[in-house]
Write a protein that binds this ligand. Structure first.
Ligand SMILES: [Cu+2]
Length: 114
């Protein structure tokens, strides 16, 4: 979630006479954080994600997942609506991945082994 955009959009809407739809609200325009090298024993899961509307959404989810300590790779694709995530199972649970995707504003399904 991009609080700065939200605040800017709210301030603009409050000073404007016309209704403003904050189009950038759900979509990140940040650069994608680089994936890290995943060790051979990394666990991999696939998660279907609903609610993405463009590649910026995929990047926002990618960055949210990579912020979690123990996540090595997050390949999020808008076109397929999927994330494939490689992580250290000693540090991260599939549930934590689901929660991070929800916190970013999207609707993840159940993680399955990938
Ligand atoms: Cu988007």
């Amino acid at each position: 979630m991009r609080l700065s955009n939200l605040l800017a959009a709210t301030a603009f809407a409050a000073t404007s006479l016309t209704a403003v739809v904050p189009a950038a609200l759900a979509c990140g325009d940040d650069a994608a954080a680089p994936n890290k090298a995943a060790p051979a024993d990394a666990k991999k899961v696939k998660i279907a994600i609903a609610g993405m509307s463009c590649g910026g959404c995929a990047t926002a989810i990618h960055n949210a997942l990579l912020k979690i300590d123990g996540v090595f790779v997050a390949d999020v694709t808008f076109e397929s609506g999927n994330a494939v995530v490689a992580f250290d199972p000693k540090k991260v649970t599939p549930d934590a991945l689901v929660q991070a995707i929800q916190a970013a504003g999207y609707k993840p399904g159940k993680p399955t082994d990938a």
